[in-house]
Design a protein around this ligand. Sequence first.
Ligand code: PLP
Length: 396
Amino acid sequence: MTKTRCPDYHLETRLVHDGQERSSFGETSEALFLTQGFIYETAESAERRFLNEEPGYSYTRFSNPTVAMFEQRMASLEGAEAAAATATGMAAVTAAMVGQLQAGDHVVAARALFGSCRWAVEDLLPRFGVACTLVDGPDLGRWRAAVRPETKAFLLETPSNPSLEIIDIAGVADIAHAAGATLTVDNVFATPLWQKPLELGADCVVYSATKHIDGQGRCLGGVILGSAEFIETKVQQFLRMTGPTLSPFNAWVLLKGLETLSLRVERQTATAGFLADALHDHPKLERLTYPGRPDHPQAELIKRQMRGGSTMIALDVQGGKAGAFRFMNELRLIRISNNLGDAKSLVTHPATTTHQRFTPELRAEMGISDGLVRLSIGLEHGEDLLEDLNQALARV
Ligand SMILES: *Cc1c(COP(=O)(O)O)cnc(C)c1O
């Protein structure tokens, strides 16, 4: 195998080349090692490999060459020392948290989290003796006030799903570090292109690779990034022993996704910006939230911590749930789905799907009204999308 490492090239170049390990066949595309295990030439070699005294692979639950290529390319993209791939984004979030905590510890998390992430910290961790405090993420004072002597980890997501609220990563990182805790950032909505949490002081970044990294609606995946020490000591053992392993096939699909990530996310962000500008004062909308517009309530912070806007737009449609449902049902090109980051534009009604299990009061706290609709902008032409949105809004 010959390894390609190109840390000095620009991002676009690294997305295509970094991490590739070519076999002796000299294949151009990354090879798919669809194998559970690996053979050893001798019994002595097997013994040495289990002792970690000889490099090489032994079993795909521990590591696999195609998965390793994906991890290397992700680490390069994120500017992280190390990466660990997982079967899904939720496996990444759960492993990143569980791997660094034990009974008696305390976690502080932003309350506006992806539904399953909130369940993991609010319901799952307490069952194992890890207490959790949820705070209003944008208010730094709340993070500071939530710290206890046993606080070990902070978790946040910014921009948040689905309300596109922004949290000051550097500000929260300072509070976490002063408390002797780590900060983990779920960076799915920002994408690796527009926000670099590690540069802002975070200790760990997690992705659902299911979203923009695949970006074409095909497979699930996740990845955890951080220092070599964090990944080795907190995450790797947990993943290897409990087994939420990324399939080599999915790793291969995700490697192909990374090749076009910058092209797709740049185009999707440009189209989202065009649509947000065209629709922001539409009479059928109570409000339009887009992290790339100067009227976003946290525009100053966005300028400081993000390099680009977002592929996501949040719309508050007039008429509450009935108005939102009418609007969604009238859309022809944009399809109803709970997914995001896809080449196809998708629309979601969070209050009745992804955030259905919360009470109306809790949803209100998270900025999720009954009229809120989340739009994930794909790769279609902006004019076609605008026409679809306008005709559906006209029928509300
Ligand atoms: C989708 C998503 C996840 C979970 O990812 P899966 O791949 O579906 O497990 C976690 N966090 C955020 C912000 C997401 O959008």
